[in-house]
Write a protein of this length. Sequence first.
Length: 356
Amino acid sequence: MLLMLSAAWAASDDPGPHAVATRSFDVVTPSRGRLLGVLTAPSSGGGYPLVALLHGWTGDPSGHEELAEHIASWGYAVMLPGTNTGLLPDVDDYAGDTAAMMVGVADLSDTPGSAIEGLVDTAAPWSAVGHSMGGGTLGPLTDLEPRIRVIVGMEAAASTPQHEAMFRAYDGASLMIAGSDDVVVPARVVHDWFEIGDATRRNLYVEIAGSGHLAPNDLDIPDLPTPLPRTEQLRLHERLVVAFLQAEVRGEEDRYAELLDPTEPLTVEADCAEPVLVGGAGVAAVLGRAGDTARVGLSAAPGAVPTPWGVVALDPAGASVTPLPLGLDGVGVGPVGTGFAQALVGGTLTRSIEIP
């Protein structure tokens, strides 16, 4: 069953509306000295949410220029730390550098007369996207910087029990992306991160069939042969990262339909304490927890009915309820009809939507 993205929105793998510019920058911190990095952001305007994009082992910011530009084109200030680029990196040091640089960029944005004055919306949730070692750094990074509320691990490498414990305590939104043909960080390793996301409000795992390890890196960086062309691997990473950021940072939750598109080579698992409801063409989809049953209410008009679970935004006159079982993957998709909809999943209400 095909869920359609709102016709008013471009697909997340299309370029965003902003022209972008990239600059080298440095910040001087009291505890870590001078730190170098790259900042890619819209070339005009300001008030953009801050995203850190962390490279993998032996990588550096140049390896993710295409992904950074794509994210920035959607209206984000993307900071790429340029530290821990050698053969013997230190994950704790990398997390500390990244946290300090995020604070430095935010402070510069708030400083009158600085080169990036007003660039960052420092009140918006901060995000971090990490590839390989960078994905394995997300646990200690979120432990150091609680303003990070949205994370994406791309082919995230295994880490230490201490770092795993830090990740278990993270209570924001998490998306883990794996490639079925990744021989460097196999999909099962990435899935382990998903399985220990115990405190997350939303926890998602997406596996790309035929994708390899260097999928989110620039296309001029060679990778081992994989069934899916590198251009497609990069496109799907761009799609997933931007859709998740738009959903969680900007509240465009209809973007979750892009993760569930059956025309794409994607397998999705969900473990969401705060369930997601999307719909279209008389079909509803719920991302919740394995084994739950979503009760999808539908009415011809909106309403406001107080209940023990919160306010149900449906008109009780003529309303119907359709049970929608969630599979072992925490996902349920099925026909419910057209109208205003809201779901109750495991005692938690979703947002209300209109299903055309």
